[in-house]
Write a protein that binds this ligand. Structure first.
Ligand code: APR
Length: 309
């Protein structure tokens, strides 16, 4: 018998709820929202479910504070985490979020042993590593989101500069999700034409810089992290997996020798399909790009010495 897919979204905060709503609108499966905050996942889920008749949806959205209702999910999306509090360093936050991610993934993965895990909680490169350790899943079935969002920002700014539809722009960003991400101008195209042929270097440099600080730009305006574009990015990845689309998307993937790196999760172009990360695509770098990628990998590795995972 055919069965509807089941997707669990852990963390019913701004990004988790936005992602769940988009997944419901796309009818990718029944959705279970989980959060520690009492009543919040239940209330948000009920509200979303009640939009179903208006939107013409058949899927069910439910909420819970525990994990039993998540059993046998096909995909686990991890957005649970803490925002940085005053007086907290980046490293303090990293330890707190690593503990949260370990704990929620340990619980959820036991009940859904065949799931694919997509991690958003920041720093997503490090948290994907923690999620794999907590689940013990094959590396292929654990990935992180950062590059789809970074590339979406890059594409938005390129489209604006060229006054064309962002749909016609393909571009991608590699490396860690942070100030030293690597937007690859050389591999960016508009309707098949290299963007370098259409925009001056100064304009491109400014777009690269705005992409690098894209998260901070939103944060400084509304005083809380972005969640619409992150939610869209997660939903795109979940769809690629559940529909076995074999999309080529920048994905935080496990490297086992690719790009000369081992035992690390970092953003690279990958083929996403029914098995998770079907393949990591290796591209050639210029010496500067290689340098930038190495720097980015080093900053992803740096916090591991203080983590117990
Ligand atoms: N189990 C389940 N949910 C948890 C847990 C836990 N152990 N700890 C925290 N949460 C929930 C919070 O209750 C909150 O509802 O995670 C949710 C996080 O939501 P927001 O604070 O709104 O954060 P959001 O903007 O959605 O970002 C999610 O992504 O960008 C990263 O690191 C950032 O941690 C943040 C995460």
């Amino acid at each position: 018998m055919f069965k509807r897919h089941k997707i669990t979204v852990i963390g019913a905060g701004a990004t988790g709820a936005t992602t769940a709503h988009l997944l419901a609108l796309k009818e990718l499966g029944d959705i279970v929202l989980v959060d520690v905050a009492e009543g919040v996942p239940q209330g948000k889920a009920l509200d979303m479910w009640e939009s179903g008749p208006v939107e013409g949806l058949s899927v069910r959205v439910s909420g819970s504070n525990d994990y039993e209702p998540t059993a046998n999910s096909d995909v686990l999306v991890v957005t649970a985490g803490m925002p940085r509090k005053p007086g907290m360093s980046r490293d303090d936050l990293l330890k707190v979020n690593a503990d949260i991610v370990y704990q929620v993934v340990e619980k959820a993965s036991r009940l859904s042993p065949n799931a694919v895990i997509v991690v958003l909680t920041n720093p997503a490169d490090v948290m994907a590593y923690v999620a794999q350790k907590a689940s013990g899943f094959p590396h292929q079935r654990v990935m992180g989101q950062a590059g789809v969002l970074d590339s979406a920002r890059f594409r938005t700014f390129l489209a604006d500069a060229l006054q064309v539809s962002p749909r016609d722009i393909t571009a991608f960003v590699m490396g860690g999700h942070g100030d030293d991400m690597v937007p690859l101008v050389r591999y960016s195209y508009v309707g098949g034409i290299p963007v370098e042929k259409l925009l001056a270097k100064t304009a491109l440099d400014a777009i690269v810089q705005r992409t690098r600080t894209g998260g901070g730009e939103v944060l400084s305006l509304m005083k809380t992290s972005a969640f619409y574009a992150p939610g869209s990015s997660l939903a795109e990845m979940v769809q690629a997996v559940l529909r076995d689309e074999r999309r080529v998307l920048p994905t935080i993937s496990y490297l086992n020798g690719e790009y000369g790196e081992r035992d690390i999760y970092v953003g690279v172009p990958a083929v996403l399909g029914g098995n998770g990360v079907e393949k990591v695509l290796e591209i050639e770098f210029t010496p500067e790009e290689k340098e930038a990628f190495k720097k980015s990998v080093a900053s992803v590795r740096a916090p591991f010495s203080m983590l117990k995972y």
